[in-house]
Design a protein around this ligand. Structure first.
Ligand code: COA
Length: 706
C-alpha cells in the first residue's frame, strides 16, 4: 500500500491545473512555490486561457501535455474539478492533490460532489489528497516539492507534519521555520476522501527521511483503524499529536454509569495512551516537544540537572521539572568537587548549579561538560539570563560544544531572548532546542522520557479465554427476539458467568415464601433487593437491604419495602435474594459503546460513590494483559487496592483478568451497548472478585448496529 503514495510524494512531473496568471490567486501561488522551492522534476501549468505562466508554456488541458505527467495539483473552481480529474485519469496521471474546496465540508450537495470525485479517483486507480486542502511538501533533496500555496518555504529536517486543518497549515509552516524546525514531509489532509491519516502514518513508518511524526487532528475518521497502526509505528518512531475539539467522544449518555462517567475526551485519551501517541495541548507545545525529539537523544532516566547563571530561574526550573514528573538529579561528590574547585565561591556546585551572573562561555562550557559526565544525570537544562553576558553567542557555542560530547539530552532556555536572537539561533543551528521559559524545556524533556518509557514498556499479549459462548449467544438472542434493549437481572448475571465472572449466589423470586426458601438455601446473612424494570439504580430508590440475618428480618423488610415502593408507584413482582458478600472492596467495571471509538471499557473504585469520585480509567478494546493491568493501576486511588494502613492487597490480577474477559465479551457481542458491573467486589490477593449487581443494555434494533 505504501508504494501507492510514491507518486504523491516523489513525482517526476507535476501539472498545476488552474495555474493562474494573476499573482493574488491560489493557482499562481502553487506554481510559484514549486518553482521557488526548485522542484527537481518537470512542471506544467494548465490553463485554457493562458499561453504561458511564470514564463513557462501553459497547456489548455492535461491531455494537451505532450509528456507523461505523474501528479496533478488541482486548483480550479469546484464546478470544473470532476472534468479535470476525468482528464487526468485519461492522461494516466497517478496522483492528485485537490486544493479546491466546496465538497463534503459544505453540506449534502458538496458531499455528493465528493462521492463522484472519489468514484473517479477509484475508477482510474489514482491516489488523492484532499479535496479542500492546502497541499503537500516533500523536502527530500532529490524531490524538493512544495506543492502548497503557503508563502513560507520549509526547512529540510526529519519531522513529518500531517494536519487536518488547512487553515492552520500556513501558521504551522511559519512556526516551524521560526523555530528552526526542519520538515521531511508536510501534508494537509483536507477532507481525506481518499488518502487517510492512518495510510500516511503507515507510509511515514517506512520513510527514512522521517524520524518523528507530528499530527494536528480535529476529528478521527476511523480511530479503530488508526489504533493497530499507531501502536506499531510508535515503537519505531514517536508520534506527537495535538487533538483539538475535545468534545468528540462519549457523547451518548446511555442509561449507565459507564456512559455518564465518559467525559468528552476519554476516547482520544484512551487511544493515545494505548498506542503510545504523545499528546501536546497547543501548537506551541507541539513544536516545543517536536524540536527536542528531532534534535536530541532520549533521556535514559528521569533525573534532570540544571545549570544556570541566575538563582531564581534555577529554582523555577527545578519546580517545573518536578511539576512534569521528572526528578532533580543529585550530583555525585566527584562532580561537585570538580565544580567547586573551578567556579567562584559564591556560585553553587550542587543542582541547580548556579554559575552566577557573570558566568562567561568558559564557565558554562566546563559546568555543562562536568554535569553531563555525571552518571547521576540523565538530562540537562541549561539556563542563561542575558544582562551580564556580553557575548551570548560565545556562551551558546560553549554549551552546544559541551553537549555534543555526550549522548544525553540537553535543552536550554535563554530567558528573555526571542527566537531570532543570535544566541538562540546558534544553539538551535547546532541542535540544542532552546525555549523562552524553563517550563517549556521541562515539558519537552518529560515528553521524551515518557516516550522512552513507552518504548521500554511491555505491550503484553491478547489472551483468549475459554468461555460458554453458545449459552451466552442464546441469552442475547432471547432478548433480541423479544425486542428488549435490556437483559433481565438474572440474564445479565448469567451472561457474565458464561464469560468466567464469579457471581454472588443469587436467586430471583416472586414472593415472600420463595424468598424465605432462597435465603435458607443461600444461608444468612443475605441481601434483599426489589426488582423492577424502571428502577435502574436500586440504591437511589432505597430498594436494597443488606445484611439481613434472620427470617423475621426478611419478613419485615419485605413488608416495608413493598409498601413504600408501592406508594412511589412501583408494584414489585420480583425480588432478588443474594448472598451478603463481606470483606471485599467495591469497584466498578463496565463498557460503553461509543459511536466513534467503539467499545470503551471503564474501571474505577467507589461503588455507589463512583460518580462523585470520578476516579475511573477508560480503555478501548481489545485489551492486552498488560493494558488491563495498567488500566487497574491507572486510577488515582490505586494505592487503596495495594493495601493501605496494614490492609492486605486486593486481587489486582483478578481485576485485570476480568477486564480482559469483559473485553472479549463485548468484542464477541457487538449488540451490547453498555455493561455496568457495580459493585464488583474485589477480595484479597489470590481470592478473586465477585459480581454483586450487573446491568447490560443492548443496542435498539432501529439504530442498525446489528
Ligand atoms: N482547467 C484549467 N484551468 C482552469 C480551468 C480548467 N478547467 N478552469 C478555470 N481555469 C483557470 C482560470 O482561468 C484561472 O486562471 P486565470 O486567473 O489565469 O484566469 C484559474 O484556473 C483559477 O480559476 P478561477 O476561476 O479564477 O478560480 P479562483 O482562483 O478564484 O479559485 C480555487 C479557485 C480552487 C482557489 C477556489 O475554487 C477554492 O476552492 N478556493 C478555496 C481553496 C481552499 O481554501 N482550499 C482549502 C485550503 S485549506
Amino acid at each position: 500500500m505504501a508504494n501507492r503514495l510514491e507518486s504523491l510524494f516523489s513525482p517526476e512531473s507535476i501539472a498545476v491545473v488552474g495555474a493562474s496568471r494573476s499573482e493574488r490567486k491560489v493557482g499562481w501561488e502553487i506554481l510559484h512555490s514549486l518553482l521557488a522551492y526548485r522542484f527537481r522534476g518537470r512542471v506544467y501549468p494548465v490553463n485554457p486561457r493562458a499561453g504561458s505562466i511564470h514564463s513557462i508554456r501553459a497547456y489548455p488541458s492535461v491531455l494537451d501535455i505532450p509528456d507523461p505527467v505523474e501528479l496533478a495539483v488541482i486548483v480550479v473552481p469546484s464546478a470544473h474539478v470532476l472534468q479535470v480529474v476525468e482528464e487526468a485519469g485519461t492522461k494516466g496521471i497517478r496522483a492528485l492533490i485537490v486544493i479546491t474546496s466546496g465538497f463534503s465540508e459544505v453540506g449534502p450537495k458538496g458531499r455528493q460532489l465528493e462521492e463522484k470525485l472519489e468514484g473517479l479517483v477509484r475508477k482510474h486507480g489514482m491516489v488523492m489528497v484532499g479535496p479542500n486542502c492546502m497541499g503537500v511538501i516533500n523536502t527530500h533533496s532529490r524531490v524538493q516539492m512544495d506543492a502548497t500555496f503557503s508563502p513560507i518555504l520549509p526547512l529540510r529536517g526529519n519531522i513529518a507534519f500531517m494536519t487536518q486543518s488547512g487553515a492552520l497549515g500556513v501558521a504551522i509552516l511559519q512556526q516551524a521555520r521560526n523555530r528552526g524546525v526542519g520538515l521531511s514531509k508536510f501534508v494537509s489532509l483536507g477532507n481525506a476522501a481518499d488518502v487517510s491519516l492512518h495510510e500516511l502514518i503507515e507510509y511515514l513508518e517506512g520513510d527514512d527521511q522521517t524520524d518523528l511524526i507530528l499530527l494536528y487532528i480535529e476529528s478521527f475518521g476511523q480511530p479503530r483503524e488508526f489504533m493497530p497502526i499507531a501502536r506499531r509505528v510508535t515503537k519505531g518512531k514517536p508520534i506527537l499529536a495535538l487533538k483539538s475539539g475535545r468534545t468528540e467522544a462519549g457523547r451518548r449518555a446511555a442509561a449507565s454509569h459507564t456512559g455518564a462517567l465518559a467525559g468528552p475526551d476519554v476516547g482520544t485519551q484512551a487511544l493515545f495512551e494505548q498506542t503510545g501517541v504523545l499528546r501536546a495541548n497547543t501548537i506551541a507545545e507541539l513544536f516545543d516537544i517536536g524540536a527536542a525529539f528531532s534534535m536530541q537523544p532520549l533521556p535514559q532516566g528521569r533525573r534532570v540537572a540544571v545549570v544556570t547563571n541566575g538563582g531564581g530561574p534555577g529554582i523555577m526550573a527545578m519546580d517545573a521539572i518536578v511539576g512534569v514528573g521528572m526528578e532533580p538529579a543529585v550530583l555525585s561528590d566527584k562532580t561537585t568537587a570538580y565544580l567547586r574547585a573551578r567556579i567562584p565561591e559564591e556560585a553553587s556546585p550542587v543542582n541547580p548549579v548556579d554559575l552566577i551572573a557573570d558566568a562567561d562561555a568558559k564557565r558554562y562550557g566546563l559546568a555543562v561538560g562536568a554535569v553531563l559526565k555525571d552518571p547521576n544525570v540523565d538530562a540537562l537544562l541549561v539556563i542563561s539570563v542575558p544582562p551580564i553576558v556580553e557575548d551570548e553567542v560565545a556562551v551558546a557555542r560553549s554549551i552546544w560544544r559541551a553537549a555534543k560530547k555526550q549522548s544525553k539530552p540537553v535543552v536550554s532556555t535563554f530567558l528573555g531572548r526571542g527566537e531570532q536572537s543570535p544566541g538562540v539561533t546558534e544553539l538551535v543551528d547546532h541542535s540544542v532546542p532552546t525555549y523562552l521559559f524553563p517550563e517549556s524545556a521541562a515539558r519537552a524533556l518529560a515528553a521524551m522520557r515518557r516516550y522512552q518509557e513507552y518504548l521500554e514498556r511491555d505491550e503484553g499479549t491478547y489472551r483468549r479465554f475459554r468461555v460458554r459462548r453458545k449459552r451466552a449467544r442464546a441469552i442475547v438472542e432471547t432478548a433480541v427476539q423479544e425486542r428488549r434493549t435490556r437483559l433481565h437481572e438474572m440474564e445479565a448475571l448469567e451472561l457474565l458467568r458464561c464469560y468466567g465472572f464469579r457471581i454472588v449466589r443469587s436467586r430471583l423470586v416472586d414472593n415472600l415464601p420463595e424468598a424465605q426458601a432462597a435465603a435458607e438455601e443461600i444461608g444468612y446473612p443475605v441481601a434483599f433487593k426489589a426488582v423492577h424494570p424502571e428502577i435502574l439504580h436500586k440504591t437511589d430508590y432505597g430498594a436494597v437491604v443488606l445484611d439481613i440475618r434472620t427470617r423475621q428480618e426478611l419478613d419485615d423488610h419485605h413488608r416495608t419495602l413493598s409498601l413504600r415502593l408501592e406508594k412511589e408507584g412501583f408494584e414489585i413482582k420480583e425480588w432478588m435474594v443474594q448472598e451478603y458478600a463481606r470483606g471485599g472492596k467495591e469497584t466498578i467495571m463496565g463498557m460503553n459503546l461509543d459511536e466513534k471509538f467503539g467499545p470503551m471499557l471503564v474501571f474505577g473504585l467507589g461503588g455507589i460513590y463512583v460518580e462523585v469520585l470520578n476516579d475511573v480509567v477508560f480503555r478501548l478494546t481489545p485489551l492486552t494483559d498488560a493494558d488491563a493491568l495498567r488500566m487497574v493501576r491507572g486510577i488515582r486511588s490505586y494505592p487503596i487496592l495495594e493495601g493501605v494502613r496494614g490492609e492486605p492487597p486486593s486481587d489486582v490480577a483478578g481485576l485485570a483478568e476480568s477486564l480482559q474477559r469483559l473485553s472479549q465479551l463485548v468484542q464477541d457481542f457487538p449488540e451490547i451497548e453498555a455493561v455496568d458491573i457495580n459493585p464488583y467486589l474485589v477480595f484479597e490477593k489470590g481470592k478473586g472478585c465477585k459480581v454483586v449487581d450487573a446491568r447490560i443494555l443492548l443496542t435498539p434494533l432501529e439504530r442498525g448496529a446489528r
